[in-house]
Design a protein around this ligand. Sequence first.
Ligand code: PMP
Length: 359
Amino acid sequence: MQPRDLSAHAPYVPGRGTEEVARELGMDPEDLTKLSSNENPHGPSPKAVAAIEDAAPTVSVYPKTAHTDLTERLADKWGLEAEQVWVSPGADGSIDYLTRAMLEPDDRILEPSPGFSYYSMSARYHHGDAVQYEVSKGDDFEQTADLVLDAYDGERMVYLTTPHNPTGSVLPRDELVELAESVEDHTLLVVDEAYGEFADVPSAIDLLSEYDNVAVLRTFSKAYGLAGLRIGYACVPEAWADAYARVNTPFAASEVACRAALAALDDEEHVEKSVESARWSREYLREHLDAPTWESEGNFVLVEVGDATAVTEAAQREGVIVRDCGSFGLPECIRVSCGTEAQTKRAVDVLNRIVSEVP
Ligand code: PMP
């Protein structure tokens, strides 16, 4: 007995985890600095931790399916109707929900290259396909409406990642407006703002009041430090009010996660501290790394190192885990997540030593 032919479905390649690397290299996980998955190095808000502890007894019952407390709170934050907020297990879950809502078999999505791999994975799971526009056409990974429109051929969904993973570039608002006004009526623009809190540019969520072809993804995994709880959301057009119940996975976002997210929203100080720390770290990385880097508005920096696999492996042996961007189609680059001051300085010391030695 075999599953169906899954050869067209490439597995998701995550940044390497501390335990995996520690086991492989026979090291103590405590000695490793993990800067491979763009997590919050300061951890979750203490308020979120308290909410998780308080919510622990709820795990014997199924969570609410409507997640009303959280959707109302988020709707209030962003000036939306509660029905426009689709809570999901991470932004990954939102990608699946939007795919289910949009794609018929053989429909296509248009996505950035290099880019986040789950867009096309989700499309393919749902019997669609993916084509790409090149974010890497210019040396600076600049994102423009023209780059997208040159490749656009009536796809049902167009993904725009801003700040963009793994380059850190942003799509300026006027370019986004141009896209909203240019694409065909049947196309949904999906603005992925997983790293939105770290950017200097405002969110695109307010565009939902003007354009009915825009959806925005956000997550609690990054600035809010709740990656392990799997909680995120999509902001969708007003006319989609009854679609959530038709496309979501039942009970996919736990009550624990929803209550932690609410508590995290209440701790603005923790988010501000986390964002400020990430901004410091990315500037420090850019100033002190002896290798070309790109300006980033995310909580990570893309670094050109030559042989990314060799550098990633050498850094691991020295206790620093970074992301080899070969899986993004950038085999000469690594992505270094923003860390605490000590982590950032350790990464710079280790990487500078390695880059000077690896040909
Ligand atoms: N979008 C982008 C651009 C990402 O980099 C990630 C995670 N690395 C996600 C979405 C998904 O994040 P999560 O499911 O943890 O919310």
